[in-house]
Design a binder for this molecule. Structure first.
Ligand SMILES: CCCCCCC/C=C/C(=O)SCCNC(=O)CCNC(=O)[C@H](O)C(C)(C)COP(=O)(O)OP(=O)(O)OC[C@H]1O[C@@H](n2cnc3c(N)ncnc32)[C@H](O)[C@@H]1OP(=O)(O)O
Ligand SMILES: NC(=O)C1=CN([C@@H]2O[C@H](COP(=O)(O)OP(=O)(O)OC[C@H]3O[C@@H](n4cnc5c(N)ncnc54)[C@H](OP(=O)(O)O)[C@@H]3O)[C@@H](O)[C@H]2O)C=CC1
Length: 256
């Protein structure tokens, strides 16, 4: 177990923090001494999550669509006025839909690229310019996906997440003079609210195709993010860590 003071005095923004993996990350950060802001599109979801999260520490929410530059600017101003600083950004918001590549419409492709690549970029650039670069200190954790062998059945998100992975490496070098670390976390299949959007027949037998024969938990992903956000990972930057029970190496996710 980590020290309860691992993230003491840290201010952390978790996008998509109202559900699933993001909520688990927010909870873990609160339990380790941080103050946390969660952000996403749906206020009702954020409000419900907040009621649970604030029992663990100081937390609030901001409604923000990561695809909308104006909303992101307002979010940055809001944090500047309220908290006065930001130490860690967790870019967790995202998602996609399963589809054969030949069936994806132009709008469908753009929606997924906008959500996962452009949204992550806009958040990262705005918050780095507002906080991390002037502070000469910052930390970004990007949640991507298991794209190790491509992403058959979800080419749009595979392309977007590969973009985020490369962006993570590039910015780790460009922004190292500002003492900003950036890393990516690549979850395999995690038992979370996100899986509810997949048809039940697609979810049958998934564990059989994972070397460890089980799905991951949101808490396991949160623990990895805690580590990367903390001083324990002070010399790690530009890295992608897979948390997938070995699935990147063996087993089919999609039968194609
Ligand atoms: C076998 C099990 C799977 C294991 C894989 C596990 C790995 C990954 C797991 C996860 O990531 S879990 C997290 C999942 N959570 C989410 O995905 C939630 C967020 N997702 C979304 O919000 C959407 O998917 C979105 C498309 C990114 C949202 O975009 P937007 O709100 O802009 O969409 P729309 O305006 O409704 O539609 C735009 C465009 O996209 C087409 N489209 C949307 N959904 C589907 C769909 N289910 N199937 C086909 N096409 C879809 C939609 O039709 C529009 O295109 P046009 O119709 O206008 O051409
Ligand atoms: N669960 C899994 O097996 C895996 C998940 N992932 C990724 O991990 C992340 C979390 O997934 P998970 O918790 O499972 O799923 P959820 O669907 O529960 O989480 C997605 C979160 O992102 C938010 N979100 C989506 N689009 C936007 C947007 N444009 N602007 C702001 N917020 C947005 C949603 O909130 P709201 O609707 O309020 O906007 C929601 O809270 C996602 O990026 C997902 O793709 C990756 C690999 C595997």
């Amino acid at each position: 177990m980590f020290s309860k003071e691992l993230l003491k005095d840290q201010t952390i923004l978790v996008t998509g923090g109202g559900s699933g993996i993001g909520k688990a990350i927010a909870k873990a950060c609160l339990q380790h001494g941080a103050q946390v802001i969660i952000a996403s599109r749906k206020e009702e979801k954020l409000q419900t999550a907040l009621e649970e999260l604030q029992t663990y520490g100081q937390c609030r929410y901001i409604v923000c669509d990561i695809r909308e530059p104006e909303m992101i600017s307002k979010l940055a101003t809001d944090i500047k006025e309220q908290e006065g600083k930001l130490d860690i950004l967790v870019n967790n918001a995202g998602g996609q839909f399963p589809s054969r590549a030949e069936d994806i419409s132009n709008n469908g492709w753009n929606a997924v690229i906008n959500n996962n690549l452009n949204g992550t970029w806009l958040m990262t650039q705005t918050l780095a310019k507002t906080f991390f670069i002037p502070q000469k200190q910052g930390n970004v954790v990007n949640i991507i996906a298991n794209i190790f062998r491509g992403f058959p059945g979800m080419v749009h998100t595979g392309a977007a997440r590969a973009g985020v992975e490369n962006m993570t490496k590039t910015l780790a070098v460009e922004w190292s003079p500002y003492n900003i670390r950036l890393n990516a976390v690549a979850p395999g299949i995690i038992k979370s609210t996100g899986l509810e959007q997949y048809p039940p027949e697609m979810l049958k037998g998934l564990s059989d195709n994972i070397p460890m024969k089980r799905l991951g938990t949101t808490e396991e992903v949160a623990n990895l993010c805690l580590f990367l956000g903390s001083p324990l990972a002070a010399y790690i930057t530009g890295e992608t860590i897979y948390i997938d029970g070995g699935q990147r190496l063996w087993g089919d996710v999609f039968k194609i």
